[in-house]
Design a binder for this molecule. Structure first.
Ligand code: PHE
Length: 428
């Protein structure tokens, strides 16, 4: 899987299911998106009066737990995800994500003084329209599925990318902006994937006088400027690092590209970008303009910059992690405090038609939380009767301490029980 986020899979570079089945587009995974006045207005209307205790304030909107987590077939937000809302790691100046956000601000402020408007407190609860329709995600695109996205109800989601704020900000008259926020995606489990991660979206709009006289058509002009700006950013953040541009597909840009960085012997996708589809500009009052847009995954970039080996660490409150980072100190290398041993447990079951790996991973995370490091499919076969068996290896490991056998056995028993009960599979 690839990211644009924490190390995340860029579900938007996955072509729509339709395209995928027909083999027209490449199917990749990559990284990790937020809201303004318009969004909070729309959410304000929707949310019931919050009840005391667990009320959060998100981008100026008050949200209660039962606004977000409901026992209703149109809702698939578990408690574990609710508990991450409002944490806003990207707003902590001593946290690697906050330090990185500020480092990127610094690049844009130095190279484009007073040009980019910055948003980092837009409400992560957005409409299906904002998250998908406004950025031209087709009705049959895989990213819209309940398997990939957290739905609060049939018309409301936890944003799965910061691109959800493009349209409203354009309509609000912004022509240069950076939007940083937590984004949410159902996904598999490994060291670079976590169901909540952070993205920064950048958009720059050009009016005709910018490209007239350049000798270039508006699209090539914007694409050149985009690549130059992002290469400059990569240079500012990393100095010398191996990187490459890959042609990509996103519903909202054309042409589209991904930037990959070489990290721990692998190419890792760190951002998706491209020239904004003209239709988005047109629908939002900018028919005469062209624009570029990018969405970068903060965790993935921070893993490379700070040498952070596992995405779960970003959520750690352990002083041995938090004390290693301070405001303005970009690229300080993380010193692992000790590597505790992993413990592997295998489980095999006959799957049902509705089985998905994302559902399995959510059940496991619901029980083991951040003690689960990786879930890998190690065996897969279909017997003569047409029944399919999967065997998964679960790696349990704490970042902070040694786990006891007893503790792991308890977790594994719980996992087995709930996988059987909730996923409609037959354990073998
Ligand atoms: N929203 C895309 C993602 O999350 C990234 C992207 C943003 C790509 C803007 C192009 C332009 O995968």
């Amino acid at each position: 899987m690839a990211v644009v986020s924490s190390a995340h899979s860029a579900i938007f570079s996955k072509a729509s299911l339709f395209h995928h089945i027909n083999g027209f587009k490449r199917f990749t995974f990559c990284l990790p998106f937020s809201s303004s006045a318009a969004a909070s207005l729309s959410t304000k209307k929707k949310w019931r009066q919050p009840v005391a205790s667990s009320v959060l304030e998100l981008g100026g909107t008050k949200i209660a737990k039962d606004d977000v987590v409901r026992d209703d077939p149109t809702n698939n937000v578990p408690d574990t995800i609710f508990s991450k809302l409002g944490m806003q790691l990207h707003r902590r100046n001593n946290h690697p994500l906050g330090i990185l956000k500020n480092g990127i601000y610094e690049y844009f402020d130095t190279n484009y003084p007073n040009m980019f408007d910055k948003f980092d407190d837009l409400c992560p609860i957005v409409s299906v329209k904002q998250n998908f329709d406004d950025v031209l995600v087709p009705a049959d695109h895989v990213s819209r599925s309940y398997n990939d996205t957290y739905y609060v109800d049939s018309q409301t989601v936890l944003r799965c990318h910061t691109s959800a704020h493009q349209a409203e900000l354009l309509r609000g008259g912004h022509t240069h902006f950076l939007v940083t926020g937590d984004v949410y995606r159902r996904d598999s489990i490994d060291s670079t994937h976590y169901p909540v991660f952070h993205q920064m979206e950048g958009v720059r709009v050009f009016t005709p006088e910018s490209w007239e006289g350049s000798g270039l058509d508006p699209t090539s002009f914007a694409a050149d400027d985009l690549k130059k700006s992002l290469e400059g950013l990569a240079h500012h953040l990393f100095g010398a690092v191996e990187m490459r541009w890959i042609d990509a597909y996103f519903p909202f840009t054309n042409p589209s590209y991904e930037l990959e960085i070489y990290f721990k012997e692998k190419w890792m996708e760190v951002l998706g970008c491209g020239v904004m589809e003209q239709e988005i500009l047109k629908s939002n009052g900018r028919s005469d303009s062209v624009a570029w847009a990018f969405g970068l995954g903060l965790e993935r970039l921070a893993m490379v910059l700070f040498d952070i080996p596992d995405i779960r660490l970003f959520w750690s409150n352990d002083e041995r992690f938090t004390s290693q980072f301070s405001k303005g100190q970009m690229g300080v290398k993380f010193k692992p405090f000790s590597k505790y041993p992993p413990c592997y447990k295998d489980m095999s079951f006959w799957i049902s038609e509705s089985f998905t790996e994302n559902n399995l991973c959510e059940v496991i995370r619901g029980i083991a939380g951040d003690l689960v490091e990786e879930v890998t499919l190690i065996d897969n076969f279909t017997n003569k009767k047409g029944m399919t068996s999967h065997c998964y290896r679960i790696a349990y490991r704490s970042m902070e301490r040694s786990l006891t056998d007893e503790e792991i056995n308890d977790l594994q028993w719980n996992v087995r029980e709930q996988v059987q009960n909730k996923l409609n599979v037959v354990l073998r």
